[in-house]
Design a protein around this ligand. Structure first.
Ligand code: IPM
Ligand code: MG
Length: 356
């Protein structure tokens, strides 16, 4: 039987609760498709800092590098907010992304019919939205040099090389080919030199994908268009900082941040995590929504392991559960026939997969 090695990072806050349910779904799908998985549990973030003084211990990075994929919950919490930046939980995540060269961050936003009312935007605006932010994740202003600060000045550098732009653009074009074949590249080329290079490079790659309709949009306009008419977007290609901001905005179109998964991939493997945070306020109560992590498990199967059928099984089960009115408390006001705990939702999804 084929077997895959997965590094599991539960993280902080609700991380352990939601990851546990995602593994049930992955196991159910693997059983159906006839492959196995071995899990190596590792620490990152606040939990790792408490155990070792480092937010990303060397053993975690080594395990992740050797694995076929990383399933990750969430990190952070108020108790670590005052640590020096390099010790903060977020620094662990940034170092893991960089260490794995996980440059391609895919953040889908999908509005489920059963949940159109959950959005703060009008149902007629959000119904049918299905877009994908492809965010460059290991470059740009997050990592650019020079950077620094003293008492009176602080600075960072937004820098991209042609190679970095080309490789993320190709990921976005490939994604568009599998979707509705529309790509909108986001930049600030009216002001920034780095954005001019970005735009030129995307245009130079475009003829390799003649079926894809390419457009360019300034980031400020894109922020506006996302709430004005989000259905116009299929794939949005962005640099690191613009994608950080726009993907948070896009996530709220669906109204249910507890449903959105993400993947951060490179040449091999990748990190698969819900886009929401560690929600320390509800940690340990058994009420967190595990669906974003379960769907991240589906992305892991699809993108890191190439097990598309198993991924389809998980996604179909989530759709069924929502259509049947099963909701965790975060979505209890939106068409709930039955409100379930984190664990009940996880078991429901695993059962739906097993019975399908
Ligand atoms: C995200 C987060 C991270 C980022 C933080 C936690 C470093 O906001 O994954 O979008 O800025 O990339
Ligand atoms: Mg963010």
């Amino acid at each position: 039987m084929k077997n895959y090695n997965i590094t599991v990072i539960e993280g902080d806050g609700i991380g352990p609760e939601i990851v546990k349910e995602a593994i049930k779904a992955i196991e159910a799908a693997a059983a159906k498709e006839g492959f196995g998985l071995t899990y190596d549990y590792q620490l990152m973030g606040g939990a790792a800092y408490e155990a070792s003084g480092e937010p990303l211990p060397a053993s975690t990075l080594a395990s992740a590098k050797a694995a076929d994929g990383v399933l990750f919950g969430a990190i952070g919490g108020p108790q670590w907010d005052n640590l020096p930046r390099e010790k903060r939980p977020e620094s662990g995540l940034l170092a893991l992304r960089k260490g794995l060269d996980a440059f391609a961050n895919l953040r889908p936003t999908k509005v489920y019919d059963a949940l159109v009312d959950a959005s703060t935007l009008k149902p007629e605006v959000v119904k049918g939205v299905d877009l994908l932010v492809v965010r460059e994740l290991t470059g740009g202003i997050y990592f650019g040099e020079p950077k620094g600060r003293d008492e009176t000045r602080g600075f960072n550098t937004m820098v991209y090389s042609v190679e970095e732009i080309e490789r993320i653009a190709r990921v976005a074009f490939e994604a568009a080919m599998k979707r509705r074949k529309k790509l909108c590249s986001i930049d600030k080329a009216n002001v920034l030199d780095v954005s001019q290079l970005w735009r030129e490079t995307v245009d130079r790659i475009a003829p390799e994908y003649p079926e894809v309709e390419v457009s360019h949009m300034y980031v400020d306009n894109a922020a506006m268009q996302l709430v004005r008419n989000p259905r116009q977007f299929d794939v949005m290609l962005t640099g690191n900082l613009f994608g950080d901001i726009l993907s948070d905005e896009a996530s709220m179109i669906s109204g249910s941040i507890g449903l959105l998964p993400s993947s951060s991939g490179g040449a091999k493997g990748g990190i698969f995590e819900p886009i929401h945070g560690s929600a320390p306020d509800i940690a340990g109560q058994g009420i967190a929504n595990p669906l974003a992590t379960i769907l991240s498990g589906a992305m892991l199967l699809r993108y890191a392991l190439g097990e598309a059928k198993a991924a389809d099984r998980i996604e179909a089960a989530v759709e069924t559960a929502l259509a049947q009115g099963y909701r965790t408390t975060d979505l209890a006001d939106f068409g709930a026939k039955e409100v379930c705990s984190t664990q009940e939702m996880g078991e429901l999804i695993a059962n739906l997969i097993a019975k399908a």
